[in-house]
Design a protein around this ligand. Structure first.
Ligand SMILES: [Zn+2]
Length: 155
């Protein structure tokens, strides 16, 4: 009997621990959900000001490499062509701003913002960039694909 009571106690303990962990995980997730915008608002400017230029410079540095001889600053653009051009529909958020002028002298004007969603036509272009290595001994040639888009239509 002693063993059984011990076992049931263990099971009880296990369920309790499980419930406890579950509650803690829920609390942490709720906190992240609540504090997420604040965390982004705090750390994104820091990232933007300090880290982003470095990330950009390192990306540019590695993009300048030749895939064949691995040399830096060896990439040279030869030509490009548009391999694909198509119209796509996208739903975008637009903000309309306006001013409500006050009717009395001492009441300030009010600015209003209306957020709305609009479905617009975008032109999506696939561009093939042709590159060559600046090193005459290597003379490697390669292409990269780049997708750019802008609002508008093909006419
Ligand atoms: Zn090369």
């Amino acid at each position: 009997m002693n063993f059984l009571t011990h076992l049931s106690f263990s099971v009880f303990h296990l369920v309790l621990t499980g419930a406890g962990i579950f509650l803690v995980v829920c609390a942490v997730l709720a906190f992240i959900g609540w504090a997420g915008p604040f965390l982004v608002a705090t750390f994104y400017p820091v990232y933007f000001v300090t880290l982003k230029p470095f990330v950009w410079a390192i990306q540019k540095l590695f993009q300048s490499r030749c895939p064949q001889c691995k040399g830096f600053f060896k990439r040279k653009m030869v030509d490009y062509d548009i391999s694909d051009e198509r119209e796509v529909l996208r739903t975008i958020n637009r903000v309309d701003q306006g001013t409500l002028f006050s009717r009395t002298l001492f009441e300030p004007n009010q600015t209003i913002e209306i957020n709305r969603q609009e479905q617009v036509v975008f032109v999506e272009k696939t561009i093939l960039n042709h590159w060559a290595c600046k090193d005459p001994l290597c003379d490697h040639k390669w292409t990269t694909e780049e997708i750019i888009d802008h609002e508008g239509s093909l006419t």
